[in-house]
Design a protein around this ligand. Structure first.
Ligand code: NOJ
Length: 527
């Protein structure tokens, strides 16, 4: 087939595994994951069958937002290792055939960044302050009524009376992207990591860097408590402003200077698929996270809508979609789909749909183990959004990986070490070691699904048809020789699949019996 899905740049159909660095593997026994820990676990990821890894920020940082507050964009925080550890990790990943995507955080730095420290000790009208968004207040009030995504005001006052903008934590001052110094600095940062050999960038808050001129007040007041809503409301004068696309046009040219299809994927929580697709026009980023499946409930109708809207938006700009079930900012997918055995079964079924769809899939660490959201005790919580009053925060999806053994820290850290977030006492059956020996485990299922997907890819095209088989059943048919049909049963009774023959792969061992697909399961068929 001439338009085989395996053709084109590596990222088009890559399965990318998100590593939340603090929580993946702790090599030095300080309770926090690190780069050497990742290196030691690369064989696991190669065996899992993913194509690429994305690492959350490991740069020098006071860790006010666990690394999304960067003090030095060109160095590794000692908590995670050093540049030599990074180079070893990168080289070893490449030896295993894994591409490496690193995070870049261009909307804001840390308040510990040299530029911000210089701004604080400079005059209100100085060029140092002009790299950030400093303004005079209105009387003793902030310059406008913008809220921080994490809760509370988006402004903090400094001793000389001026205020600085931080859409996130106080420790994360926003850059002023109207200042050419900022664009030049980030081009240099990208080149620093590209020269070291990274394959791509995940762009943090990609829709946020440019603010509406004059920083107008929000017309409607915003309450705290809903982080996702706070990130994605595009009517706000700081999200999805047209000028932000110029940044990605420049970055596109930077990436094109390097061999090997280097890429960028944007985190843009915008209001709909059409707005999302603007970020992947031919001269901008290569990919953008498609958060719309992640925001959908467990419902075949909702999934059909997400798929239709995604294609309607990305086709006109010639982009390939991405599919995402979870990440380090949202409630884990098993829990969102109802929790326990039902939630896990649905999450596996959704994974089969995601992996059948043309495009690239992002798998968040622990998804392959079927981990659930953890109710982290209040006294152990660390997320700035919790401290700023924005609900329980995101610690519950960031609990470290259980690798082996039958009690915390399950091989994440050496025995006897307390991990930075406490791990549940009943996770032994979820560990990698435990699940590796179980033919019916979620891990075994993921390994199988990724292997079959890889094998099929060369014989499949990007042509997709969504077939009508009733309200509660999602049926995807992807053209190929043979075609791949994925059936997901979101209903409460069995769905007839007898005409499709024997399944190639199922989300549960007993998903198909007597020609019927059980509720909360999915299957792949050759057609
Ligand atoms: C999005 C990141 O995914 C999140 O973890 C972080 O808190 C914010 N951006 C601010 O950088």
């Amino acid at each position: 087939m001439s338009s085989a899905a395996s053709a084109g740049p590596w990222w088009r159909h890559a399965v990318c595994y998100q590593i939340y660095v603090r929580s993946f593997a702790d090599s030095n026994g300080d309770g926090v994951g690190d780069l050497a820990g990742i290196t030691s676990r690369l064989p696991y990821l190669a065996e899992l069958g993913v194509d690429a890894i994305w690492l959350t920020p490991f740069y020098r940082s006071p860790q006010a937002d666990h690394g999304y507050d960067v003090a030095d964009y060109r160095d590794v925080d000692p908590l995670f290792g050093d540049l030599a550890d990074f180079d070893t990790m990168l080289h070893t990943a490449h030896e295993h055939g894994l591409k490496v995507i690193v995070d870049v955080v261009p909307n804001h730095s840390s308040d510990g960044h040299a530029w911000f420290r210089a701004a604080l000790s400079a005059d209100p009208d100085s060029p140092e302050r002009a790299r950030y968004v400093f303004r005079d207040g209105r009387g003793d009030q902030p310059p406008n009524n913008w809220p921080s995504v994490f809760g509370g005001p988006a402004w903090t006052q400094v001793p000389d009376g001026q205020w600085y903008l931080h859409l996130f934590d106080t420790g994360q001052p926003d850059f002023d992207w109207d200042n050419p110094d900022v664009g030049d600095e980030f081009e240099s940062v990208l080149r620093f990591w590209l020269d070291r050999g990274v394959d791509g960038f995940r762009v943090d808050v990609a829709h946020g860097m440019v603010k509406e001129p004059g920083l107008p007040d929000l017309l409607e007041p915003v309450g705290a408590g809903d982080l996702e809503a706070a990130m994605s409301d595009t009517v706000r004068p700081y999200w999805d402003q047209p000028g932000v696309h110029e940044v990605y046009r420049r970055w596109n040219r930077v990436l094109a200077d390097y061999p090997g299809d280097r890429m960028a994927i944007g985190e843009a929580w915008v209001v709909d698929a059409a707005a999302m697709a603007q970020y992947v026009r031919a001269d901008e980023m290569q990919q953008v996270f498609n958060f719309h499946w992640l925001e959908a409930p467990w419902s075949a109708a909702a999934f059909r809508t997400v798929i239709a809207e995604t294609y309607a938006a990305v086709d006109p700009v010639g982009a390939t979609p991405t599919w995402v079930l979870s990440n380090h900012d949202v409630t884990r997918v098993v829990t969102r789909y109802g929790g326990g055995d039902v939630g896990r079964s649905r999450a596996r079924a959704a994974a089969l749909a995601e992996l059948a769809l043309p495009g690239s899939a992002y798998v968040y660490q622990g998804e392959e183990l079927g981990l659930e959201q953890v109710d982290v005790p209040e006294q152990a919580r660390t997320d700035p959004s919790w401290f700023r009053g924005s609900g329980p925060g995101r610690d519950g999806c960031r609990v470290p990986m259980p690798w082996t053994g039958n009690r915390p820290p399950y091989g994440f850290s050496p025995d006897g070490v307390a991990s930075w977030l406490p791990m549940p006492p009943d996770w032994d059956s979820l560990s990698v070691a435990h699940q590796s020996d179980d033919p019916d485990s979620t891990l075994t299922f993921y390994r199988r699904a990724l292997a079959v997907r890889r094998e099929l890819l060369g014989r499949l095209s990007d042509q997709l048809e969504v077939i009508d088989r009733g309200e509660d059943v999602l049926v995807l048919s992807r053209a190929g020789e043979p075609a791949l049909v994925c059936v997901v049963n979101c209903g409460t009774v069995g769905a007839a699949v007898v005409d499709l023959g024997a399944p190639l792969l199922t989300s549960e061992a007993a998903a198909v019996a007597d020609g019927m697909l059980a509720p909360d399961t999915a299957a792949w068929f050759r057609a």
